[in-house]
Write a new protein. Structure first.
Length: 173
């Protein structure tokens, strides 16, 4: 079954914003060893596009967390489902996420990653829904702040569908 999806941020706007973020990150990490950590599955499209536009070398790793069922609300009960392949000790880590909503996922992730002694730990998200925050997270790089609506596309899903849309859309539930 297909839900109705309307465009919130166009493919071109997403592409332009990611290129600008990559320029900013390349500058900030010019003399560092940038290690990107993608939060699966939603962060994959964003990390791929972002990393292609970086003008500095970087390494990549992946991690999966769960806090959502198939619904649209965070449980606040976050778990590591797939851990990193490599140590982050002494590395300049930048976590790449699709969206910060309640903040539970990144709040938990930052606490777990900081225990592993990275040289630095920063956060980057394509989308931010500040009105929905329940716990504090400091996000260093934000693509777009959006209103409180359930969005899909560019990695974001509704019941595992629509991750492949090239734009950010709103599902009419
Ligand atoms: P948080 O823990 O509430 O901040 O939620 C983080 C995770 O929930 C994100 O990484 C997404 O996977 C998912 N999420 C939050 N809001 C949306 C949305 O509007 N559409 C799709 N997934 C979402
Ligand atoms: Mg996510």
């Amino acid at each position: 079954m297909a839900e109705k999806v309307s465009i919130l941020i166009s493919e071109q706007e997403v592409a332009d914003r990611i290129a600008a973020m990559a320029a900013q990150i390349s500058e900030a990490y010019r003399d560092k060893d940038l290690h990107l950590i993608c939060v699966l599955k939603g962060g994959t499209f964003f990390m791929t596009e972002l990393s292609k536009h970086l003008s500095i070398p970087c390494s990549l790793d992946f991690m999966a967390l769960s806090s959502y069922g198939d619904g649209t609300k965070s449980s606040g009960n976050v778990k590591i489902v797939k851990d990193l392949d490599e140590s982050i000790e002494g590395k300049d880590v930048l976590v790449v996420e699709d969206i910060v909503d309640s903040g539970h996922t990144l709040n938990y992730l930052c606490r777990r990653l900081n225990e592993r002694s990275p040289r630095s730990l920063k956060l980057c998200t394509l989308l931010d829904k500040p009105d929905r925050r329940e716990v504090f997270v400091h996000v260093d790089y934000i693509g777009f702040q959006i209103p409180d609506a359930f969005v899909v596309g560019y990695g974001l899903d509704y019941q595992q569908k629509y991750r492949n849309l090239p734009f950010i859309g709103v599902v009419e539930l």
